[in-house]
Design a protein around this ligand. Structure first.
Ligand code: N01
Length: 504
């Protein structure tokens, strides 16, 4: 692919930029806008896709919607007064991101259809040497904003490549295929699957849902805003801000405690059981969908229509493990083959082993993936890594949330990067990297805390944990604490090098 700059944008990649941002989702777009607001124009943003949006551009499956309240799901510097519902559908979020990108005037610095192939730190020149699918460039600072849930993970099931009919991952929905009236299988029962299943159940002839582990599903308090509410939210910004703050606090006060104290999860477990009992009357099916681990151990799901969909006659929940995929269907452990016209693979993403980590090489020529292979994915403040000067990761290790808006975390990290850039300029620094000791202390404290949380003690396995059982994906405290800890760039925890005279 060649670089596709937005209309009126530059024709080719610049040879050098001060800041190169990879990814044009919430993280990369937010970074670009805030850089511009700070008067920094010497930056470029790459994205392998054809427009902004990241996860909201890529996940277009039927039923895709956010399960974080709409009022929390926008940049603080670009509020959206127009959300139509309490939980926004994908198309509305994507439209919001497109509008913000257009109106902020940053798109002439974006290069779409351009992927990062490799980035290597050049110690002598104190800059990143970057190879992209559209050519090479260098950058003083590299900011990765490629998302924690962006690389679809196909399951290691025998025969998955041999299926002769339609098969695709939930995050790469094939809209050319009309599944109405077809026999369809959905593999997985995570956040994506439970949104897809009710939508498919409306139109397909038959649906097999392959469940390996039952998820906890609580009611989704979603509703369309009334026209009065919409008017008020649009025209009374203080009301909008108050609403946003109230939801934040409600979540922040409750959720981090609940990950430690099982008693706080009991009401939600009761609500989830009632959710099952309301929709499913067959005792066998009720038992099959009731989780056997503590609520919160895996991502808590929100739905009012998932269980009613499973209860329908033309929908079958298959709990017999999948043995293999044949050319025409799915074969489970007891030998039953269930033929289907299409398989939707809703098995999640690469989370603890991010493919981009193999493409970034630090001071000693080692890639992030190599460094992390032994010790697990980790960073200082979820953002910087010893041995990788001038690398900042938006949504880096241990910054994910199960309970609140990632936009708040993203904006905290963006502010930290901006302060780092300002500090470098002010002090005349060519490079900054956290000390090994600071990074070690940060992660030791994190992992000590993790051991007490439901993610470790709840009796399940999940995408939060790496192969060694370490939670390297989630932030275990409130987002307010995260913001406070990243409120200024703590240069005293960094190894720095002074800027030289620099190239002419
Ligand atoms: O992926 P997942 P997802 N054979 O990894 C099963 C966010 N998100 O795309 O539980 C059979 O959660 C696996 O089974 P098990 C959100 O943060 C948000 O659904 O591992 N089954 C599981 O059931 C979410 O957590 C929203 O036993 C296999 C499923 O596939 C994250 O994205 C919407 C298997 C994977 O679930 C990921 O969600 C969507 C195999 N070999 C996503 N391998 C909203 O905001 C895996 N599975 C609403």
């Amino acid at each position: 692919t060649s670089a596709t700059p937005a209309a009126a944008g530059p024709a080719a990649l610049p040879r050098h930029v001060r800041v190169l941002v990879v990814g044009a989702g919430f993280g990369g777009l937010g970074m670009a806008i805030r850089l511009q607001q700070q008067g920094e124009r010497d930056f470029a943003v790459l994205d392998k896709g054809e427009e902004v949006g990241g996860t909201w551009r890529d996940n277009t499956y039927p039923g895709a919607a956010c399960d974080v309240p709409s009022q929390l799901y926008s940049f603080s510097f670009a509020p959206n007064p127009d959300w139509s519902r309490s939980f926004s559908p994908q198309a509305e979020i994507q439209a919001y991101l497109r509008r913000v990108a257009r109106e902020s005037g940053v798109l002439d610095r974006f290069f779409f259809g351009t992927s990062l192939e490799r980035a290597s730190w050049d110690d002598e020149a104190a800059r990143w040497r970057v190879v992209t699918s559209a050519g090479e460039l260098s950058a003083d600072v590299l900011v990765t904003a490629t998302g924690g849930l962006s690389e679809p993970r196909m399951p290691a099931i025998d025969g998955v490549d041999e299926f002769e009919r339609t098969i695709f991952h939930s995050a790469r929905w094939d809209h050319e295929q009309d599944l109405a009236g077809k026999r369809v299988a959905v593999i997985g029962t995570g956040a994506s699957a439970i949104q897809i299943v009710p939508e498919l159940a409306r139109t397909v002839a038959h649906l097999d849902v392959y469940q390996r582990t039952a998820p906890w599903v609580i009611p989704r308090r979603d509703r369309a805003y009334s026209s009065l509410e919409r008017l008020a939210l649009r025209h009374l910004p203080p009301l909008r801000r108050a609403y946003r703050t109230a939801i934040y606090w409600a979540r922040e006060c409750y959720v981090p405690g609940f990950t430690i104290d099982p008693r706080l999860a009991a009401p939600a477990e009761r609500a989830a059981r009632a959710n099952i009992a309301r929709a499913i009357h067959d005792p066998g099916l009720q038992a099959a969908v009731t989780p056997t681990y503590r609520l919160g151990c895996k991502r808590v799901l929100l739905s009012n229509d998932y269980y009613p969909a499973l209860a329908q006659d033309h929908v079958a929940l298959v709990t017999d493990p999948i043995r293999r995929i044949s050319r025409t269907g799915v074969v489970s452990a007891d030998g039953t083959e269930r033929p289907v016209d299409a398989i939707v693979v809703a098995t999640g993403f690469h989370t603890t082993e991010q493919p981009i980590a193999a493409r970034i090489r630090g001071r000693e020529g080692r890639s992030l993936a190599e460094v992390w292979a032994g010790e697990g994915m980790n960073a200082y403040k979820g953002t910087t890594v010893h041995g990788f000067p001038n690398l900042f990761q938006i949504v880096g290790p241990n910054t994910g949330l199960g309970h609140s808006s990632m936009v708040f975390v993203i904006e905290s990290q963006i502010a930290y990067v901006l302060d780092a850039l300002a500090t470098m300029r002010r002090r005349g620094l060519a490079s900054v990297q956290p000390t090994a000791a600071a990074q070690h202390r940060w992660n030791a404290a994190l992992q000590r805390r993790m051991k007490r949380t439901v993610w470790s003690t709840g009796g399940c396995s999940s995408w939060y944990l790496d192969a060694h059982g370490r939670n390297t994906t989630l932030w275990p405290r409130t987002t307010f604490v995260f913001r406070r800890l990243l409120s200024s760039f703590d240069v005293e925890r960094y190894v720095t090098t002074p800027a030289g005279p620099g190239p002419e």
